[in-house]
Design a protein around this ligand. Structure first.
Ligand SMILES: [Zn+2]
Length: 108
């Protein structure tokens, strides 16, 4: 008796138990469509879950990183500190007095 036949027999036995003792309607089984557990299926599911978790975790860091870079470029173009937004104005200083960040792009 193969694994598939054993599965069908187990389901038929369960159906009898349902009918006789529990008073429930049996599970209707099409013998051609009984699924069995594939050993590599578990590995496949584990790898798929791992990839999903990595992608879901990577998306926020990539998008937040891109947003921070755009904000830094925008602040430097306005003459502000790239990190905290402190306005340098006409002051010729090479470090931000608020956060200590080096003034990017030098004095222009
Ligand atoms: Zn700053």
């Amino acid at each position: 008796m193969g694994e598939r036949d054993q599965a069908i027999a187990a389901i038929r036995e369960w159906n009898k138990t349902c009918e006789s003792t529990l008073g429930l309607r049996p599970i209707v089984v099409d013998p051609k469509r009984v699924a069995t557990i594939h050993p590599l299926g578990i590995l496949h599911n584990a790898m798929s879950l791992l990839v999903l978790v990595l992608v879901v975790n990577a998306v926020p860091s990539v998008t937040i990183g891109a947003w921070r870079r755009r904000r830094a470029v925008r602040r430097m173009a306005r003459g502000q500190c790239a990190l905290c937004g402190y306005e340098f104005g006409a002051a010729s200083i090479d470090r931000c007095p608020e956060c200590g960040q080096a003034r990017a792009g030098g004095e222009t």
